[in-house]
Design a protein around this ligand. Structure first.
Ligand SMILES: Cc1cc2nc3c(=O)[nH]c(=O)nc-3n(C[C@H](O)[C@H](O)[C@H](O)COP(=O)(O)OP(=O)(O)OC[C@H]3O[C@@H](n4cnc5c(N)ncnc54)[C@H](O)[C@@H]3O)c2cc1C
Length: 468
């Protein structure tokens, strides 16, 4: 009899992980505390409860990164996608679900599976050695006792309880005729070049209008149970603006040590800096720009910054209660804790964001653990797939900043095209494409490559060939 794999947490990630393990023919014990102990956000005892919106976002697998992730998960036999599809409600191009029907379906399918046992209990420490292979998928609201145990294993700096997120911009949407590359005082630093930042200059009138827009812009409120988590000197920019009109100019927007490469004779009154965020160089984060402004307001206000008029955002800023580990330093390429082989993490606690992404990381952790239990090697998905792109961000693609010691730079992220290896936009009848046409052509090329590589990774391409 094969030893069961233990999965802790029956949310989006844990439910998917348990399903993948059982479908691979390996027994699994799923430990879920709801029923015995609740969280601040969940309202039911159902597995895979959606705590807020009922949307899995875009279902367009051709030109949208999360739609592509849906498609890859369907190819991999995802329980979350199957139950989402069978409980769909009308939502245009998005996949939205009847939340109660969806959670009831996930719960029923897992309860009915002969290889799945579900235990309703809080796990208060790291899995004991006798459990063998285990997956922790306890999510953004991991219970305090388990969070303490994780912190004791990983070190206090490697576990965060809030995310303070600054927006991230797709590099190819920044107007480099206005912005320029330069590090403050041309400092090279360890591993730098002296030109590591993108700088967006503002004159006095632009700066004053920007500060006013921050003060006037609509903000999201903290939930009562979140408290007001201003920490690490990570104040939201609108809170800094409230402290006085000059605060930002002496903080993240200070113009010192910078010379406008396009017009060296004009000194900027303030400067917004962006720093490379991923190894591919496709994403740049707005330095020090964590914010509670509503998403629509962020897009409107940040597009007034010179150079960012046409910016497309891979992620917008936010500040939330969220428990997550510093995965790039702690996990290997199969989501395994380097310090404790056999223990994997999955879901939002690994530093991904969103229902679908969390379920996808559960799917991968489940497959990796099941493969190992069967004596096979756990082969990670290619980086060209949505699975691989997201896994790469979590386990290694993110760049750590040298010049802000003590500050956590790895932040949760949704899947987006900036995480994929770049690809040339195909030409149309020998003609070079431009603008939106080019963006769409490039996205189609990325998604076609991803689905082909995903089929190969899953062994589906071989099966199709054999069937012919
Ligand atoms: C308030 C809030 C609103 C959100 N809104 C959205 C949204 O609208 N759209 C979106 O895409 N994402 C949203 N998210 C993010 C969302 O939580 C994740 O995307 C997703 O639910 C994470 O999946 P997960 O499986 O990692 O965690 P969860 O789905 O939270 O599952 C974790 C499970 O582990 C259980 N658990 C915790 N500790 C223990 C323990 N010690 N022992 C046993 N079981 C334990 C919990 O009860 C829970 O069932 C929101 C998050 C929060 C906190």
């Amino acid at each position: 009899m094969t030893i069961p794999i233990h999965v802790v947490g029956g949310g989006l990630a844990g439910s998917e992980a348990a399903w993948q393990i059982a479908e691979a023919g390996v027994p699994v014990v799923l430990h879920e505390m709801r029923g015995v102990r609740g969280t601040d956000a969940h309202k039911t005892d159902s597995l895979a409860e959606l705590v807020c919106s009922n949307s899995f976002r875009s279902d367009d697998a051709e030109t949208n990164a999360v739609g592509l992730l849906h498609a890859e998960m369907r190819l991999a036999g995802s329980l979350i996608m199957a139950c989402g599809d069978s409980n769909q409600v009308p939502a245009g191009g998005a996949l939205a679900v009847d939340r109660d029907g969806f959670a009831a379906a996930v719960t029923a399918r897992l309860e009915a599976h002969p290889l799945v046992s579900i235990l309703r209990e809080e796990v208060t420490g790291l899995p004991p050695a006798e459990w063998g292979s285990s997956i922790l998928a306890t999510g953004p609201l991991t219970s305090p006792a388990l969070a303490d145990a994780i912190r004791a294993e990983t070190g206090a700096d490697a576990l965060a309880f809030f995310d303070a997120i600054a927006p991230i911009v797709h590099f190819d949407t920044i107007d480099m005729d206005k912005a320029w590359f330069q590090s403050r005082y041309d400092k090279v630093g360890p591993g730098g070049t002296g030109k590591d930042y993108i700088n967006c200059p503002m004159d006095k009138a632009q700066y004053e209008a920007f500060i006013q827009a921050l003060l006037d812009g609509a903000k999201t409120e903290f939930k009562e149970w979140e408290g007001t988590p201003y920490f690490d000197g990570c104040l939201p920019i609108e809170v800094m603006a409230e402290r006085g009109p000059e605060t930002l100019r002496h903080g993240p927007m200070k113009p010192m040590g910078l010379t406008n490469a396009h017009d060296p004779s004009v000194k900027a009154y303030a400067v917004v800096q962006l720093r490379q965020d991923n190894a591919l160089g496709t994403l740049y984060n707005m330095v020090g720009f964590q914010t509670k402004l509503k998403h629509g307001e962020q897009v409107r206000i940040f597009r007034t910054i010179p150079g960012l008029e046409n910016a497309e955002f891979a992620r917008l800023g936010g500040l939330h209660r969220n428990t997550y580990i510093d995965s790039p330093s702690l996990l290997d390429a199969t989501l395994q804790l380097k310090s404790r082989p056999g223990l994997r993490f999955a879901g939002q606690i690994t530093g991904c964001e969103g229902y679908v992404e969390s379920a996808a990381m559960g799917l991968l952790a489940g497959r990796f653990a099941a493969a190992e239990a069967k004596g096979a090697s756990a082969a990670p998905p290619p980086p060209t797939t949505a699975f691989g792109a997201l896994l790469g961000h979590i386990t290694g693609g993110h760049l750590v900043s040298d010049d802000e010691p003590g500050k956590r730079s790895f932040q949760p992220m949704n899947v987006n095209f900036g995480l994929f290896p770049p690809i040339e936009a195909p030409k149309s009848e020998g003609r070079r494409l431009r603008g939106k046409e080019k963006t769409h052509a490039r996205r189609r090329a990325i998604t076609a490559r991803a689905l082909a590589d995903c089929r190969t990774w899953l062994g589906l391409a071989r099966q199709a060939e054999a069937a012919e």
